[in-house]
Design a protein around this ligand. Structure first.
Ligand SMILES: [Zn+2]
Length: 270
Protein backbone atom coordinates (compact mmCIF):
# COMPACT_ATOMS: atom_id res chain seq x y z
CA UNK A 1 0.00 0.00 0.00
CA UNK A 2 1.05 3.56 -0.65
CA UNK A 3 -1.04 6.51 0.45
CA UNK A 4 -0.68 10.25 0.02
CA UNK A 5 -2.19 12.27 2.86
CA UNK A 6 -2.95 15.85 1.86
CA UNK A 7 -2.80 18.63 4.45
CA UNK A 8 -4.93 21.73 4.02
CA UNK A 9 -5.54 24.56 6.50
CA UNK A 10 -8.09 27.00 5.14
CA UNK A 11 -10.36 26.92 2.11
CA UNK A 12 -10.86 30.64 1.65
CA UNK A 13 -9.65 33.76 -0.14
CA UNK A 14 -6.54 34.98 1.72
CA UNK A 15 -7.02 38.25 3.59
CA UNK A 16 -3.32 39.17 3.52
CA UNK A 17 0.07 37.98 2.26
CA UNK A 18 0.96 36.02 5.40
CA UNK A 19 -2.20 33.97 5.03
CA UNK A 20 -1.71 33.19 1.34
CA UNK A 21 0.30 30.04 2.03
CA UNK A 22 -2.45 28.54 4.20
CA UNK A 23 -5.49 29.58 2.15
CA UNK A 24 -6.50 27.42 -0.78
CA UNK A 25 -9.21 29.29 -2.66
CA UNK A 26 -12.56 27.48 -2.97
CA UNK A 27 -12.07 27.37 -6.77
CA UNK A 28 -8.58 25.81 -6.48
CA UNK A 29 -9.85 23.34 -3.86
CA UNK A 30 -12.63 22.23 -6.19
CA UNK A 31 -10.09 21.77 -8.98
CA UNK A 32 -7.93 19.68 -6.63
CA UNK A 33 -10.88 17.42 -5.86
CA UNK A 34 -11.68 17.11 -9.56
CA UNK A 35 -8.04 16.25 -10.24
CA UNK A 36 -8.10 13.47 -7.63
CA UNK A 37 -11.02 11.91 -9.46
CA UNK A 38 -9.54 12.43 -12.92
CA UNK A 39 -6.20 10.92 -11.91
CA UNK A 40 -8.01 7.80 -10.70
CA UNK A 41 -7.29 8.16 -6.98
CA UNK A 42 -9.66 6.81 -4.39
CA UNK A 43 -10.28 9.00 -1.34
CA UNK A 44 -10.11 6.89 1.81
CA UNK A 45 -10.43 7.67 5.51
CA UNK A 46 -7.55 7.77 7.98
CA UNK A 47 -9.17 4.80 9.75
CA UNK A 48 -8.95 2.81 6.51
CA UNK A 49 -5.25 3.68 6.18
CA UNK A 50 -4.56 2.65 9.77
CA UNK A 51 -6.51 -0.57 9.23
CA UNK A 52 -4.43 -1.23 6.13
CA UNK A 53 -1.19 -0.67 8.05
CA UNK A 54 -2.29 -3.03 10.81
CA UNK A 55 -3.24 -5.65 8.22
CA UNK A 56 -6.93 -5.45 9.12
CA UNK A 57 -7.85 -4.61 5.51
CA UNK A 58 -6.69 -6.85 2.73
CA UNK A 59 -8.25 -5.04 -0.21
CA UNK A 60 -6.54 -1.67 -0.20
CA UNK A 61 -6.90 0.62 -3.24
CA UNK A 62 -3.75 0.99 -5.31
CA UNK A 63 -4.08 4.76 -5.70
CA UNK A 64 -5.31 6.07 -2.36
CA UNK A 65 -5.40 9.57 -0.94
CA UNK A 66 -6.56 11.03 2.39
CA UNK A 67 -7.78 14.64 2.74
CA UNK A 68 -7.02 16.40 6.05
CA UNK A 69 -7.57 19.92 7.40
CA UNK A 70 -5.63 21.30 10.36
CA UNK A 71 -6.88 23.77 13.00
CA UNK A 72 -10.67 23.69 12.59
CA UNK A 73 -11.28 27.11 11.03
CA UNK A 74 -14.95 27.69 10.14
CA UNK A 75 -14.21 27.99 6.40
CA UNK A 76 -13.80 24.20 6.32
CA UNK A 77 -17.50 23.94 7.15
CA UNK A 78 -18.52 26.85 4.91
CA UNK A 79 -16.38 26.19 1.84
CA UNK A 80 -14.90 22.67 1.95
CA UNK A 81 -17.83 20.56 3.18
CA UNK A 82 -20.13 21.35 0.21
CA UNK A 83 -17.36 20.34 -2.24
CA UNK A 84 -16.50 17.18 -0.30
CA UNK A 85 -20.19 16.23 -0.33
CA UNK A 86 -20.49 16.94 -4.03
CA UNK A 87 -17.63 14.51 -4.75
CA UNK A 88 -18.61 12.06 -2.02
CA UNK A 89 -15.17 12.34 -0.40
CA UNK A 90 -14.27 11.59 3.20
CA UNK A 91 -11.94 13.84 5.18
CA UNK A 92 -10.45 14.45 8.62
CA UNK A 93 -10.52 17.79 10.43
CA UNK A 94 -8.11 18.31 13.33
CA UNK A 95 -9.64 20.82 15.74
CA UNK A 96 -7.98 23.06 18.36
CA UNK A 97 -10.52 22.26 21.06
CA UNK A 98 -10.27 25.30 23.37
CA UNK A 99 -11.01 27.65 20.45
CA UNK A 100 -14.27 25.99 19.38
CA UNK A 101 -16.75 28.81 18.72
CA UNK A 102 -13.95 31.35 19.13
CA UNK A 103 -11.09 32.66 17.02
CA UNK A 104 -7.70 31.46 15.75
CA UNK A 105 -5.87 33.91 18.01
CA UNK A 106 -2.67 31.80 18.19
CA UNK A 107 -2.15 32.74 14.51
CA UNK A 108 -1.77 36.44 15.34
CA UNK A 109 1.90 35.90 16.25
CA UNK A 110 2.50 34.96 12.64
CA UNK A 111 0.71 37.96 11.13
CA UNK A 112 -2.35 35.95 10.17
CA UNK A 113 -5.71 37.74 10.36
CA UNK A 114 -8.43 36.71 12.77
CA UNK A 115 -10.67 33.94 11.53
CA UNK A 116 -13.75 32.39 13.02
CA UNK A 117 -13.31 28.85 14.35
CA UNK A 118 -15.84 26.04 13.94
CA UNK A 119 -18.68 26.09 16.43
CA UNK A 120 -19.77 22.96 18.31
CA UNK A 121 -22.84 22.81 16.05
CA UNK A 122 -20.69 22.94 12.91
CA UNK A 123 -18.35 20.25 14.26
CA UNK A 124 -21.35 18.02 14.99
CA UNK A 125 -22.74 18.65 11.51
CA UNK A 126 -19.37 17.76 9.97
CA UNK A 127 -19.21 14.57 12.04
CA UNK A 128 -22.79 13.67 11.10
CA UNK A 129 -21.84 14.20 7.43
CA UNK A 130 -19.16 11.54 7.78
CA UNK A 131 -16.20 13.85 8.37
CA UNK A 132 -13.76 12.43 10.89
CA UNK A 133 -13.08 14.85 13.75
CA UNK A 134 -9.57 14.60 15.20
CA UNK A 135 -7.64 16.50 17.84
CA UNK A 136 -5.03 19.22 17.27
CA UNK A 137 -4.48 19.82 21.03
CA UNK A 138 -6.45 22.22 23.22
CA UNK A 139 -4.34 25.34 22.56
CA UNK A 140 -2.25 24.66 19.45
CA UNK A 141 0.82 24.09 21.61
CA UNK A 142 4.41 23.49 20.43
CA UNK A 143 4.38 20.02 22.00
CA UNK A 144 8.05 19.35 21.27
CA UNK A 145 9.01 22.30 23.50
CA UNK A 146 6.48 21.75 26.31
CA UNK A 147 6.69 20.11 29.75
CA UNK A 148 5.25 16.65 30.31
CA UNK A 149 2.22 17.83 32.33
CA UNK A 150 1.26 20.41 29.72
CA UNK A 151 1.69 17.88 26.91
CA UNK A 152 -0.48 15.33 28.72
CA UNK A 153 -3.20 17.89 29.43
CA UNK A 154 -3.28 19.22 25.87
CA UNK A 155 -3.51 15.77 24.31
CA UNK A 156 -6.04 14.37 26.81
CA UNK A 157 -8.28 17.43 27.36
CA UNK A 158 -8.77 18.02 23.64
CA UNK A 159 -9.81 14.38 23.13
CA UNK A 160 -12.35 14.58 25.96
CA UNK A 161 -13.73 17.97 24.85
CA UNK A 162 -14.17 16.92 21.23
CA UNK A 163 -15.71 13.56 22.17
CA UNK A 164 -18.18 15.53 24.25
CA UNK A 165 -19.15 17.55 21.17
CA UNK A 166 -19.40 14.76 18.60
CA UNK A 167 -20.67 12.03 20.92
CA UNK A 168 -18.26 9.44 19.54
CA UNK A 169 -14.65 8.47 19.94
CA UNK A 170 -11.99 10.90 18.71
CA UNK A 171 -9.18 8.59 17.71
CA UNK A 172 -6.89 10.63 15.45
CA UNK A 173 -4.42 13.36 16.27
CA UNK A 174 -2.29 15.91 14.39
CA UNK A 175 0.80 17.57 15.94
CA UNK A 176 0.47 21.39 15.88
CA UNK A 177 3.37 22.96 13.90
CA UNK A 178 4.36 19.34 13.21
CA UNK A 179 6.16 19.53 16.57
CA UNK A 180 6.77 16.22 18.35
CA UNK A 181 9.42 14.17 20.15
CA UNK A 182 9.42 10.57 21.44
CA UNK A 183 7.77 11.62 24.75
CA UNK A 184 5.00 13.48 22.91
CA UNK A 185 4.40 10.50 20.65
CA UNK A 186 4.21 8.13 23.63
CA UNK A 187 1.65 10.33 25.36
CA UNK A 188 -0.46 10.33 22.17
CA UNK A 189 -0.31 6.52 22.20
CA UNK A 190 -1.04 6.23 25.94
CA UNK A 191 -4.01 8.62 25.66
CA UNK A 192 -5.68 6.12 23.36
CA UNK A 193 -5.40 7.64 19.89
CA UNK A 194 -5.06 5.10 17.09
CA UNK A 195 -2.89 7.27 14.84
CA UNK A 196 -1.30 10.70 14.43
CA UNK A 197 -0.41 12.93 11.50
CA UNK A 198 2.97 14.65 11.27
CA UNK A 199 4.09 17.24 8.73
CA UNK A 200 6.90 15.02 7.46
CA UNK A 201 6.48 14.71 3.69
CA UNK A 202 6.31 11.43 1.85
CA UNK A 203 4.02 8.56 1.08
CA UNK A 204 2.67 6.22 3.74
CA UNK A 205 3.59 2.59 3.34
CA UNK A 206 2.57 -0.43 5.34
CA UNK A 207 5.62 -0.03 7.61
CA UNK A 208 5.17 3.74 8.23
CA UNK A 209 4.83 4.63 11.93
CA UNK A 210 1.05 5.12 12.45
CA UNK A 211 1.87 7.86 14.98
CA UNK A 212 4.03 9.72 12.47
CA UNK A 213 1.91 9.59 9.34
CA UNK A 214 3.46 11.51 6.43
CA UNK A 215 1.61 14.42 4.87
CA UNK A 216 1.98 16.63 1.85
CA UNK A 217 1.05 20.27 2.44
CA UNK A 218 -1.09 21.87 -0.24
CA UNK A 219 -0.32 25.57 -0.26
CA UNK A 220 -2.47 28.43 -1.42
CA UNK A 221 0.03 29.30 -4.12
CA UNK A 222 0.26 25.80 -5.62
CA UNK A 223 -0.74 25.71 -9.27
CA UNK A 224 -2.83 22.76 -10.42
CA UNK A 225 0.21 21.07 -12.01
CA UNK A 226 2.03 21.39 -8.67
CA UNK A 227 -0.94 19.84 -6.89
CA UNK A 228 -0.81 16.98 -9.39
CA UNK A 229 2.87 16.39 -8.66
CA UNK A 230 2.30 16.53 -4.90
CA UNK A 231 -0.54 14.04 -5.21
CA UNK A 232 1.79 11.72 -7.04
CA UNK A 233 5.08 12.32 -5.23
CA UNK A 234 3.77 13.33 -1.78
CA UNK A 235 6.37 16.02 -1.35
CA UNK A 236 6.07 19.42 0.36
CA UNK A 237 8.70 21.16 -1.69
CA UNK A 238 8.82 21.57 -5.38
CA UNK A 239 9.84 18.23 -6.79
CA UNK A 240 13.36 18.00 -8.21
CA UNK A 241 13.83 18.55 -11.93
CA UNK A 242 14.59 14.84 -12.41
CA UNK A 243 11.15 13.93 -11.08
CA UNK A 244 9.45 16.47 -13.33
CA UNK A 245 11.46 15.17 -16.28
CA UNK A 246 10.42 11.58 -15.59
CA UNK A 247 6.77 12.67 -15.54
CA UNK A 248 6.83 14.78 -18.71
CA UNK A 249 9.09 12.49 -20.72
CA UNK A 250 6.36 9.99 -21.66
CA UNK A 251 4.28 12.89 -23.00
CA UNK A 252 7.20 14.21 -25.05
CA UNK A 253 7.85 10.70 -26.32
CA UNK A 254 4.25 10.33 -27.37
CA UNK A 255 4.29 13.48 -29.44
CA UNK A 256 7.72 12.63 -30.84
CA UNK A 257 9.67 15.48 -29.23
CA UNK A 258 12.22 13.06 -27.77
CA UNK A 259 13.12 9.53 -28.76
CA UNK A 260 11.72 6.77 -26.61
CA UNK A 261 13.87 5.05 -24.03
CA UNK A 262 13.98 1.76 -25.91
CA UNK A 263 15.13 3.60 -29.02
CA UNK A 264 17.87 5.29 -26.97
CA UNK A 265 18.94 1.90 -25.71
CA UNK A 266 19.02 0.41 -29.20
CA UNK A 267 21.28 3.18 -30.42
CA UNK A 268 23.57 2.64 -27.43
CA UNK A 269 23.67 -1.11 -27.98
CA UNK A 270 24.78 -0.59 -31.52
ZN1 LIG B 1 -2.26 23.79 13.21
Amino acid sequence: MSVTILMYHMIAIPKNKAEARFCRTPIAFREDMEQIRRAGYQVVSLATVLDGMAGRTTAFPEKAVVITFDDGIACVYENALPVLQEFGYQASVFVVSSRVGGYNDWCEDFGLPRRRMLTAFEIRTLADSGVDIGSHTANHLWLGKAEKTAITNEIRDSKVALEDIVGREVSHFAYPFGSWNPMVKNIVIETGYSGACSTIPGRNQKNTDPYLLRRSEIMGSDALWQFRLKLRLATNDMPPISAIRSLVRPVFEKIGLVSSRSADKEIKDR
